[in-house]
Design a binder for this molecule. Structure first.
Ligand code: ADP
Ligand code: ADP
Ligand code: ZN
Length: 214
């Protein structure tokens, strides 16, 4: 089963994708995570992406499409994948359709997680992640059970993303409205789109996603 999770930055795509990975045995493909790994390794792609990501703009479509195409070919995607943060422009959505049909694959569900822009700013500026296992947390909404200790792996090391600051967030939301929101209508016209209320509690959103996917 292959899914696309759409929605603004901070809607909860990554949080829900990690849960769906465990529930359905499919892998999360986050283009943001992949790009951060490229930046961290200092690769050519990372060098091209770094400044764009810091300012909150979008990395050029051709770079993203190559990156994701190679990733889908890897063995761990055999059972299925969850696209998180991709496609983000109409040309990316078109390229995805062509790429999957070349590979003999298709998308089973496109689900948009809806969230208010005020709420997503609070979510993004309070977001942090376990440095060891990548589990996601929030200062207010999703604290670890024991303060400063990761629930999943016990690590006491956490990181915050460089682009999760108030100014970059404004640019990211503008990029979302201009370039990404149109793909909701794009999939709506194809008749494959479902939506969930991302303002509900994390567990409620997960339950709703399970209901939609079946
Ligand atoms: P996205 O991947 O869409 O950018 P995340 O999944 O990283 O968003 O969520 C952003 C932040 O908001 C995280 O810190 C996460 O813990 C928190 N969060 C996610 N879903 C919810 C929710 N339904 N209610 C409250 N906080 C949430
Ligand atoms: P969020 O879900 O919180 O917006 P992501 O981790 O998905 O953040 O993306 C972080 C940054 O990586 C984006 O602001 C953008 O610069 C870049 N990026 C991620 N995915 C894409 C994509 N599909 N196309 C273009 N740029 C991307
Ligand atoms: Zn951890």
């Amino acid at each position: 089963m292959n899914l696309i999770l759409l929605g603004p930055p901070g809607a909860g795509k990554g949080t829900q994708a990690k849960r769906l990975e465990d529930i359905y045995g499919i892998v999360q493909l986050s283009t943001g995570d992949m790009l951060r790994a490229e930046v961290g390794s200092g690769s050519d792609l990372g060098k091209q992406a770094k400044g764009i990501m810091e300012s909150g703009g979008l990395v050029p479509d051709d770079l993203i499409i190559n990156m994701i195409s190679g990733r889908i070919d890897q063995d761990d995607c055999k059972n299925g994948f969850i696209l998180d943060g991709f496609p983000r422009t109409v040309p990316q959505a078109d390229a995805l359709g062509a790429m999957l049909s070349d590979k003999g694959l298709k998308i089973d569900y496109v689900i948009a997680i809806e969230a208010d822009s005020d709420a997503v700013v609070t979510r993004i500026t309070g977001r942090y992640t376990c440095s060891s296992c990548g589990a996601g947390y929030h200062d207010e909404f999703q604290k670890p059970e024991q303060d400063g200790v990761c629930d999943k792996c016990g690590s006491t090391d956490f990181t915050r993303r460089a682009d999760d600051n108030a100014e970059t967030v404004r640019n990211r939301l503008a990029a979302y409205e201009e370039q990404t929101a149109p793909i909701i209508a794009y999939y709506g016209e194809k008749g494959t789109l479902k939506t969930v209320d991302g303002m509900a509690d994390i567990d409620v959103v997960t339950a709703k996603l399970k209901e939609l996917i079946g």
